[in-house]
Design a protein around this ligand. Sequence first.
Ligand code: FAD
Length: 410
Amino acid sequence: MPSSRHLVVVGASLAGLRAVEGARKTGFTGAITLVGAEPHLPYDRPPLSKGYLEPGMPPDTPVFRTEQTLRDELGVALVLGAEATALDTIRRVVEIGDRGIEYDAAVIATGAVARTLRGNAGLPGVHTLRTIEDAIAIRAALDSGARTVVIGAGFIGSEIASGARKRGLPVTVIEAQPTPLVRAVGEEMGAMCASLHQRNGTDLRCGVSVARVEGEHHVERVALSDGTSVDADLVVAGVGAVPATDWLHDSGLRLSDGVVCDETLFAGAPGVYAAGDVARWHNPLFERPMRLEHWTSAAEQGALAARNAVEPATAKPYATVPYFWSDLYGNRIQFVGIADADEVRMVDGDLDRDARCVALYRAGGRLVGAFAINGQSVIMKYRSMITTGATWSDALDFAGRRRPAVSPPR
Ligand code: FAD
């Protein structure tokens, strides 16, 4: 039976919620406190760049659990609208200004914050998208028919472009790299995602960067490095996120693009574990450190970090094949594994002919990744194959068996 008496979880979003649920599931009967900087109950972020931007969708915050469930069923003391300002790992105290909360075990789940543009980030009409307040502001601008410029063709920026096009609004996406999403899915499939923009009337401009965001009282245009400019009423910077570790600077924890953890998510100070977008941990399945900004790993890490924090003597490693999805122009994009590959091969479908396709990623003789557009029926099979160390030829055999036989010409 777990021995820690007070578990404090810092960060009241997906990983933090799963942490409190995971602790209870494991039989922890001690006190749990959930500290969150936002005033809201934990809510789901993926809908914010998808359904939430559609006209006529209810304006409710997509919360995971009611306050009553958290308090009465999970026995959680909620401390919301309260930003942790420091972690004292010697006295075992989470500090919130001049208030201190003592812990026996702690889970750091403070996620990431959207990176902002240099210069005119504060100009009205210029946004990032991370929180419900950001989504409300972006939706209001779309409701009023904004000419939209998205800076950065990552998945969140691309989803905003997709939402704007669904309303028939003019959208330009500016991407500094020659091909978008190279780090996430590699060059070939990045180009495939780029083609979705072009097919759906989004003006995607690659290999050009933003010189200035201009406007007097409100954004008016975006000036580009090639000397051109694009008129805009709404600018959304989708230029990535940085792990929320500022509050940990004096904690003595190792910080390097996230909280550095071992394979059990242990952060290096007694009782302290980390989970979700803030955690950089050693993934034993790929024998390398990783920090993911994916829903599935944040949820799984939250549950395991809490379990390990309250039962450290039997701490288990977190080994996973990364997985994320995105929705672009009515297409479900999914990726499993890693994109760092020697070869990417299209094995099934054709986007033009079938409105679906599947590509596999090879490193040495192994299958290491799979990408699909509208390939929901198969992608998790490849995830399992990567987990069990399938060879490249096993993967190609499997793909060959799944391909529909081509009918002979009549
Ligand atoms: P976060 O969700 O970032 O939450 C961290 C929480 O900690 C926040 O509430 C923050 O306010 C709080 N906090 C920060 N600092 C402090 C502090 N000092 N004290 C107290 N609280 C603090 N993933 C996918 O796989 N597929 C998708 O389609 C997808 N779509 C997304 C769309 C959007 C718009 C966004 C923003 C993300 C999307 N993601 C998607 C990523 C996914 O939502 C994240 O991986 C997930 O939210 C990470 O959860 P987390 O709990 O680790 O961090």
